[in-house]
Design a protein around this ligand. Sequence first.
Ligand code: ATP
Ligand code: MG
Length: 462
Amino acid sequence: MVVGIAFYDVKGSADIILLAMNLERQIEQYLPQPVLELVKDISGQATKLGQRVYLVGGVVRDLLLGYPNFDLDLVVEGDAVKLAQQVGETGQAKLLAHHRFGTAKLGYENFTLDLATARKETYARPGALPEVTAGTLKDDLIRRDFSINAMAISLAAKGYGELIDPYQGRNDLEHRLIRILHPRSFSDDATRILRGVRYEQRLGFEFEAQTAQLLKQYIPMLDSISGDRIRHELELILKEEQPELAIQRLSELGVLARIAPSLKGDGWIADKFDKARRLKKTNQLPSLHFCLLVYSLSETALEQLLSRLNIQAKLSRAMLDTLHLKTKLPLLDRPSLKPSEIYHLLREYEPLAIQANAIASESPTARRFLRLFLTKLRYVRTVLDGEELKRLGVSAGPEMGKILQALHKARLNGEVRTRADEEKLALSLKAINLHADPVKLPGSDRRSTSGPCGTQSEGHSE
Ligand code: ATP
Ligand code: MG
């Protein structure tokens, strides 16, 4: 891991690097060729503008660890937006600039580059968002969370590849330590508690002793953090490869309970997260994790959590549905249920809530029916539509509605399989309707548990 020797000033303020370690060779091997060329080009343009560009944060940490990370963050001593505008004009990148924050995103075909003006932060009060002004690279590094994230690599032609590591991040990487940069760090920003645990568990590192002690001390400061910021950090955790590790650790530390009193992470959660992962549905995984995380909460506790974390409407609905459906699971624990009955029990719930229950339910029968709904029943459609029924002489209105419902029910139960089957059934229902009105058509009563003529369809096995 050690690829050179860095000398820091001996007074301990670590602000002067006399001879930095050079990572030129490592960068050339680490970054894909087109990205490398681009980054060099950007740095060249910066030099012409009298600016300097550095790679910073996660990518430097991961380069030193040998882990892939092409989520590139660049810090610009100068004006990142101006530089990004110029780069955007000459290349084929899409530019998204935030003048107010001095940041810009350059979007290329396969990746994005984040450019940020080096900034200096001061906190008016603990937990508040910091006041931000332009600064030097060193100002920018000291505002960061942990030493392993507070390193930079110079990209300017003069000093290309030089590691800038004022807080001995590389040393901490070697000793596998998560260390804050100053004792007020967690009080300035308690989201760092969540971030620290995320890195600790992802990398298999430990908190340095004083950091560990301060982290525990400042857990109550999480109360000063907005719901949006806490939710954002939880989302990052739930996107980790094994989020259960951080969730269990946060639970042991009392962090989860600080966010919502009955929230916990235990072996049950670990088992369910593992099952969720095996579904290999990457896009929905973080939301599914959220639903599983709240599975043991009461509805009142969940409502408090939704409001504390300001969770958006769709996910809120899925989380609430998860708990509602959980109370209905005994109805699904009956092996004799017909597909149409399963359909009517589940049709109103968010698919994510059904998925969460398919993972969390204790009943193998209920789990099987939940999966059957997700994989097949919810997609079942009749062949005939209203127009075609009209051509068969069915009049628009309640009759048609009832016949369509009955056709759908028969489809679900495998009682009709072809267009001809549907036409035959539609005509016979129409005839019943004409001769014996008012009649209760099959399928017209949603609470009914007996289908028209129903053996369970073979077509609906999982
Ligand atoms: P990951 O691999 O998880 O993306 P990362 O280091 O890139 O890790 P980000 O969350 O993308 O992490 O943040 C980018 C950088 O911004 C971090 O490396 C860190 O230096 C800095 N940072 C982010 N959030 C904070 C914070 N709350 N306090 C201080 N610095 C932060
Ligand atoms: Mg990142």
